[in-house]
Design a protein around this ligand. Structure first.
Ligand code: NAX
Length: 328
């Protein structure tokens, strides 16, 4: 029998977790032939709720689910983990300032970074979904000196998928007809969805990129504010689509991106496209066998330049803020 792949998930009792765990267990992450062991981390008061989720996982009788461990100690749960999906985070609650939020999450991601460093398997790949995702990934990475920096990533695939959906609707094509769309920068309202290199059904998108009114007043703000629109409509934040994107991101990282296309992932910058080195910023990337490469040589026009710079400036501010809190 094949040794199961150990997939650690934090925030397992949360909304995204409730969607994500069942997809992983069903083979959506690693394929139908790879047994998976889930290792679920939660805070102590949420462990009882996790027990309920585990009962439902059992009751689903998934052929690919080899076992489930639960606990509140990252040193135990991350032991031997091959993949870690860091979903759990402290949400911003009433009266909390931005600094308080960074500090609360800093405590979580310093501890989890250290635990991954000391206990994860050598082939560990880490995806941070919990917000502020890019900066949480930076904190975890800084606290895991023995894990190569390129093993840490933050999720901008939901933004990428949202942008695909908006462009497909505008172009009157299915999302599968679209290629080479990019999310740049931070997973926040400053993110920049870039269609200047996109292809619609094999042609470039001149029809749409020429329509700056649509770009500036419809497409870009719709993608940037989609999370808020979903909260407004649903009364709860996006969960199933965030789980789907977490799967897409990590599956494509492990199994590779399609020929002639690329993905958006927030990864450590090597200075490409003027993004300050060391920031975890979203780029166009291709992936193969668990490795990623930033797509090089794209022409960046003034429209894009200003927006990439604004989002990466925000990331640099977040980095400075967590550095001042001694979290790096
Ligand atoms: P929930 O509040 O439903 O669940 C979060 C869970 O994390 C809770 O059960 C909580 O107990 C747990 N948790 C908190 N601290 C923990 C710790 N130290 N260790 C383990 N677990 C811990 O939030 P949910 O809707 O599931 O969203 C989770 C995170 O994803 C949030 O930070 C959210 O902002 C973020 N999102 C990120 C997105 C992205 O595209 N990157 C989009 C969706 C989502 O907004």
């Amino acid at each position: 029998s094949i040794t199961p792949v150990k997939v650690a998930v934090t925030g397992a009792a949360g909304n995204i977790g409730y969607s994500l765990l069942f997809r992983i267990a069903s083979g959506a992450l690693l394929g139908p032939d790879t047994p998976v062991e889930l290792r679920l981390l939660e805070i102590t008061p949420a462990l009882k709720a996790v027990e309920g989720v585990v009962m439902e996982l059992e009751d689903s009788a998934f052929p690919t689910l080899a076992g489930v461990e639960i606990g509140d100690d990252p040193n135990v749960i991350f032991d031997g983990a091959n993949v870690a999906l860091l979903v759990g985070a402290r949400p911003r609650t009433k009266g909390m300032e931005r600094g308080d939020l960074l500090e609360a999450n800093g405590a979580i991601f310093t501890g989890q970074g250290k635990a991954l460093n000391d206990h994860a398997a050598d082939d560990i790949r880490i995806t941070v979904t919990g917000n502020p995702a890019n900066t949480n990934a930076l904190i975890a990475r800084s606290n895991a000196p023995d894990i190569p920096a390129e093993r840490f990533s933050a999720l901008t695939r939901l933004d990428h998928n949202r942008a695909l959906a908006q462009l497909a609707r505008k172009a009157g094509v299915h999302v599968t007809e679209l290629k080479k769309l990019t999310i740049w920068g931070n997973h926040s309202a400053t993110q920049y969805p870039d269609i200047f290199h996109a292809e619609v059904a094999g042609k470039n998108t001149a029809d749409f990129t020429g329509d700056t009114d649509w770009l500036e007043n419809d497409f870009i703000p719709t993608v940037q504010k989609r999370g808020a629109a979903i909260i407004e409509a649903r009364g709860a934040s996006s969960a199933a689509s965030a789980a789907a994107a977490t799967i897409d991101h990590t599956r494509d990282w492990l199994r590779g991106s399609a020929d002639g296309d690329w993905l958006s992932m927030a990864v450590v910058s090597d200075g490409s496209y003027g993004v300050p080195e060391g920031l975890i910023s979203s780029f166009p990337v291709t992936t193969k066998d668990g490795n990623w490469e930033i797509v090089q040589g794209l022409d960046i026009n003034d429209f894009s330049r200003a927006r990439i710079d604004a989002s990466t400036a925000e990331l640099a501010e977040e980095r400075d803020a967590v550095q001042a809190l001694n979290l790096l």
